[in-house]
Ligand binder design. Sequence first.
Ligand code: ADP
Ligand code: ADP
Length: 232
Amino acid sequence: MITLRQLTKTYGRGGTAVTVLDRLDFEVPTGRIAAVVGPSGAGKSTLAQCINLLERPTSGSVVVNGEELSGLPEKRLREARRRIGTVFQSSSLLSRRTAAENIALPLEYLGVTPNEARARVAELLDRVGLADKAGHYPFQLSGGQAQRVGIARALALRPSILLADEATSGLDPDTTRSVVGLIRQLRDDLDLTVVFITHEMDTVRQVADTVARLDHGRIVEQGTLVELLTSH
Ligand code: ADP
Ligand code: ADP
């Protein structure tokens, strides 16, 4: 479960200060997929960075499974980040590493033993349907496959939250459908709480249980998919 309360992010100070997120309230129950939509400049990337703790909010709170994360000191913040896995737009895979090595990166960084890392990577490759692509380099993967590797990497540290930041943007419709199907499957299997940030309404229809519309740093509309689609 993720709860954002009165989340505010202001860049700069004084006369040139820009408030990008403005006392935003948002909640995603455990096991749900919540889409966040909104026009360019609405604050979606900033919201993503506040959720995965890469940016500190100016005020307000980020609560994950009952624990307040926004005010933690740097060391505890690094630990807290493991609870949130992020999938970025069109694969940020390292080109000189194989699929398996890319997935292993967070484990390596954390000092997980090579044996345990190997087992975890094999399990993750299997989960994302790429057991036979372990040794492939990113250039040998299709867009959809690369994004599946990105998802596996995001799950390497067994987070309870999956944050997808424009994760299907740039993929063709069929590939998007297959990646979205995978995310829903993983949510079911791992009981993930998913925040799916996108500007693509077609994708929202396929993936989301609930939808929040962000505009000028505030959630201006929020509800189930059916509620939002019937109000337009
Ligand atoms: P979106 O992802 O919805 O397009 P962003 O979160 O990228 O929105 O940006 C929202 C607003 O915040 C934009 O007006 C952008 O210029 C501003 N912004 C984003 N990051 C910074 C920053 N580091 N410094 C100043 N302004 C920023
Ligand atoms: P996906 O839906 O998993 O992205 P695609 O329909 O894009 O799969 O690709 C189907 C098959 O074609 C894949 O199994 C992959 O091996 C191969 N393929 C697609 N694009 C490429 C590519 N750029 N380089 C190598 N193989 C590719």
